[in-house]
Design a protein around this ligand. Structure first.
Ligand code: ADP
Length: 454
């Protein structure tokens, strides 16, 4: 600053001296004025260059005045502009990160302005409501989501709860349910969040059905038991009558016990880790177990004098190929035995039940139970593994069924990577077959040479 004032004073002095010499006192005054105008012109020119630089170039290049006041001003402006540009870039970066996070959200997100226009939405929201960014941005949300329930929700302006609307892909056969909620924020803006609650609602409906079914299944034998207890307490009975009632009571108690056992099995299956590949069971042993169960049940269910069931099982053979199965031996036995005992329970005495074990070309194996029972109509087949689904309730009950057998079988097989197929012709019989994957089968270990003589 000192130098600038000094230079300006020297310029004035110089011009004044030159003017004095040329024109006397008036010349000196003119020289001072000319020096002031020259300085003014010079500074204005430099100022104009700085303004033009600011207008055209911004902070991209160095300012036009490297020295002096204008130099300092342009350097400071350039620094400030640079800082602002960096802030803008950082804000944009943050905005992108925020939008990327919203994009990754499993919920639908729609940003609405104060007038209810859609400013941005993520992919999930587009999927829920069938939105298209090119077509629907800047549109009123009420014009696009025309469900009466949502319109009423918008009109009521009470956003303390969700409103449930059908999703874009909803059909009567496969309903899709979307929960929508608006959250006001900022200056009258709103955030619309949507959640696919189809699976949640289905699980809730299944839970309700399950509780209702269990209650019903337990209430029936309980009512019978209470009735008998009342009779035993209040009526004078002969010892034969007493024995008969006690036998019937024991049957009902048995039924409840089976039901509770099956329920516990199901919950254990749901909660326990998947069976690994380190426990191997010989298939022959499994088949022998199933055979013993089937024969015992057949004896129990065949009335005196009636022809027994004809049971055919694969003969014990020194077979080594794919003859060991990996998994939980108790679970595998319960699943396979369930299929065999079902065949016995639903096939009238004298009927034939054939059990087979075959290796498959892909290295897997198939366990199949064929019976000559009543068969199952096609419409029941997809529902047989549902809990408590029964075609003939009284036959199931009379033979000690709980309606949970095939649900348990399905669970066990899923846990072992196996699949269940059911084929049936009403009036002719059914085939229940299970395919085990190659990964769960291995050849039986060869006996070590000399092991027998040792
Ligand atoms: P349940 O304890 O009633 O036998 P399951 O889950 O084992 O329950 O079987 C479900 C239903 O499938 C049975 O009630 C029965 O109607 C039908 N079912 C199962 N196996 C057979 C079969 N081999 N032949 C005919 N119907 C069968």
């Amino acid at each position: 600053m000192f130098w600038r004032i000094s230079i300006f004073a020297l310029l004035q002095l110089g011009c004044a001296a030159a003017g004095w010499r040329l024109l006397g006192p008036w010349g000196a005054a003119g020289g001072v004025a000319i020096a002031a105008w020259l300085a003014f012109g010079w500074e204005s020119w430099r100022g104009l260059r700085v303004i033009r630089w600011l207008r055209e170039d911004g902070a991209a290049s160095a300012g036009p005045a490297p020295h002096g006041l204008w130099g300092e001003a342009s350097a400071r402006m350039r620094r400030r502009l640079r800082q602002q540009e960096q802030q803008v870039v950082a804000s944009e970066q943050r905005l992108h990160e925020l939008l990327a996070a919203l994009q990754a959200s499993p919920n639908g997100v729609v940003l609405l302005d104060a007038q209810g226009h859609m400013e941005w939405f993520n992919q999930t929201a587009a999927q829920h409501f069938g939105l298209d960014a090119g077509r629907d941005l800047r549109q009123q949300v009420g014009n696009l989501l025309r469900e009466p329930a949502f319109s009423a929700y918008l009109a009521a302006q009470d956003f303390a709860h969700d409103v449930v609307v059908p999703g874009r892909d909803s059909t009567p056969a496969r309903p899709v349910r979307i929960a929508v909620r608006l959250h006001p924020y900022g200056d009258g803006r709103q955030l619309l969040l949507s959640r696919d609650i189809t699976a949640l609602e289905q699980a809730e409906a299944m839970r309700r059905d399950f509780v209702a079914n269990v209650s019903h299944e337990i209430r029936t034998p309980l009512t019978v038991l209470v009735g008998f207890i009342e009779t035993l307490r209040t009526m004078p009975l002969t010892s034969e009558e007493r024995d008969r009632y006690l036998k019937l009571m024991a049957q009902q108690a048995d039924r409840m016990q089976h039901l509770v056992q099956d329920l516990l099995t199901l919950s254990r299956l749901e909660g326990s880790p998947l069976p690994g590949l380190d426990e191997w069971t010989p298939v022959q042993a499994l088949l022998r177990h199933c055979e013993a169960d089937a024969r015992a049940l057949s004896v129990l269910l065949t009335p005196a004098g009636a022809p027994p069931h004809v049971l055919r099982f694969p003969a014990d053979a020194p077979q080594r190929s794919r003859s060991e199965l990996a998994g939980d031996a108790a679970e595998l036995h319960s699943a396979l035995s369930n299929l065999v005992t079902n065949a016995v329970r639903y096939t009238p005495p004298g009927g034939r039940i054939t059990v087979q074990w075959q290796t498959l070309p892909d290295g897997g194996a198939r366990f199949a139970v064929q019976d000559t029972g009543p068969g199952i109509a096609a419409e029941h087949l997809p529902r047989l593994t549902e809990r408590f689904y029964r075609i003939d309730r009284s036959r199931s009950r009379d033979t000690g069924g709980t309606g949970l057998g095939l649900a348990i079988v399905k669970h066990v097989l899923q846990r072992h990577g196996a699949t269940l197929q059911i084929a049936s012709v009403p009036g002719q019989g059914s085939v229940f077959s299970v395919d085990f994957p190659a990964s769960r089968l291995r050849d039986a270990a060869l006996p070590r040479p000399g092991a027998a003589s040792a």
